[in-house]
Design a protein around this ligand. Structure first.
Ligand code: PHE
Length: 341
């Protein structure tokens, strides 16, 4: 029996040597260890042996059986590991390869482009940028700007009210109050942002953008306002753009002026121009010297300090610069429109 086991072990070794595929090793396992395998047959022979030999034979068979089992299992494990490694390396993705689909990049919205351009001009003139809340109290949007409750100017701006005391700001002028409450003069500030009015047609959307600007110091005059706004508008629309100031009214400025530029569409030459309606002029912004009542509400001494303020609509500027005739196009998210700029 011992000699047979020795021969069986030798045979197994050479067979294992030749089996490199997983399937071959598995069928070796069946051949030796299966229910009808070689070891099962050997164990069946034990009762036929002489009684005194049975113990030793059984022991020798089981030792070899376990040895073969271990060898087969470790071979199967090695093969599985190699297979897994091969699989991993063949499936790996080279993330450094260029993509096959051209991804088009996003771009800035025309409103943002104009806003950036305006901010650049004023940053270059030493202005700071401030922001204020879009949900305002009646006090900041009206009261502190010298627009009391019964003032007819409240009718000019169709306000979205949240409740008795709160509203969506109708202009960026309340930022003047926030900034002046929190910092002493001298100040040079612009405040861009969204504003809201109950209005919708080709030149009005319920939400649009304004830039507020103001400067406060000792000895600021109307001449400073004229000089700064002329410089700003000529940087924005071109050096030769004519600029004129017309008397106007705002409760928070005195005196007040509306500012016009020569029509950028017809260059003031077409008496039938649809944009300037043949007048040759386009209204661009509201402005004036800050009213002493406004200084009073932020505890500035109006005998010592003076200042000017102005406000303009961004979408209107973008429409004039790019020749767009319907403001609603800005907020329809139509890519054919937006990718032109
Ligand atoms: N707040 C005014 C408006 O929305 C514009 C303005 C700002 C006018 C500052 C004068 C001074 O129409």
């Amino acid at each position: 029996m011992i000699a047979r086991l020795q021969a069986l072990e030798d045979e197994f070794k050479s067979e294992l040597e030749e089996s490199s595929a997983k399937d071959a090793v598995l069928s070796l396992k069946t051949k030796y260890l299966g229910r009808k395998g070689l070891f099962a047959a050997l164990l069946k022979e034990i009762p036929t042996l002489a009684p005194e030999d049975r113990g030793a034979a059984g022991k020798a068979i089981n030792i070899l059986k376990r040895k073969i089992e271990e060898e087969l299992d470790s071979r199967i494990e090695t093969i599985s590991k190699t297979e897994r490694l091969q699989e991993l390396s063949s499936e790996s993705i080279d993330v450094t390869l260029p993509g096959r689909i051209a991804v088009s990049s996003g771009r800035l919205h025309p409103t943002t482009m104009i806003m950036d351009e305006i901010e650049d001009i004023f940053l270059g003139l030493g202005f700071d940028i401030a922001e204020g809340p879009e949900l305002e109290s009646d006090y900041y949007n009206f009261e502190a700007l010298n627009i009391p409750k019964d003032h007819p100017a409240r009718e000019m701006q169709d306000t979205f009210y949240i409740d008795e005391e709160h509203l969506l700001r109708t202009h960026t002028s309340p930022v003047q109050i926030h900034v002046m409450e929190n910092s002493p003069p001298p100040l040079r500030v612009i405040a861009p942002g969204a504003v809201y009015r109950r209005d919708s047609d080709v030149t009005h959307t319920p939400m649009f953008h304004q830039v507020e600007g103001f400067m406060v110091d000792r000895g600021v005059t109307f001449a400073d306002l004229k000089g700064l706004l002329t410089l700003f508008l000529q940087r924005l629309f071109g050096k030769k753009t004519p600029v004129r100031f017309r008397p106007s009214f705002f409760p928070f400025t005195e005196p007040s002026a509306e500012v016009d530029i020569g029509c950028v569409i017809c260059r003031s030459k077409d008496s039938a121009c649809r944009v300037c309606k043949g007048t040759g002029w386009l209204e661009i912004l509201g402005s004036g010297l800050i009213h002493p009542r406004v200084f009073e509400s932020v505890n500035y001494d109006s005998t010592e300090f003076t200042g000017f303020a102005f406000g303009l609509g961004i979408e209107r500027i973008a429409m004039l610069k790019y020749g767009i005739d319907d403001i609603r196009l800005f907020y329809e998210n139509d890519l054919d429109f937006l990718t032109q700029f």
